[in-house]
Design a protein around this ligand. Structure first.
Ligand SMILES: [Zn+2]
Length: 87
């Protein structure tokens, strides 16, 4: 068993571990999911199939990601509208 005591991360838990909050529980796979595109645009971190790290997000973190994604889109859209105001 590979274990990092300091962070209390256990590789055996990776299949059920959220990549974001590291909690165990109900998780959704990231590979082949459009969540990875959103995650990359927000965090600039790419989830790749062979990096030996957890490849899931829990539903709480997915919700947070969706909310920040909506915020970012709203901000960008309205920023463009404000820029047009003076042009
Ligand atoms: Zn999570």
């Amino acid at each position: 068993m590979v274990k990092n005591q300091h962070l209390d991360i256990d590789i055996q838990n990776f299949p059920n571990m959220c990549r974001a909050c590291l909690q165990l529980g109900d998780v959704k796979p990231l590979i082949n999911s459009k969540i990875t595109t959103t995650l990359k645009s927000i965090t600039n971190i790419e989830i790749v199939a062979d990096d030996n790290l957890p490849k899931n997000l829990c539903y709480y973190c997915i919700k947070q990601l969706e909310e920040i994604s909506v915020f970012a889109e709203t901000f960008k859209t309205n920023d463009a509208r404000l820029e047009e105001f003076w042009s």
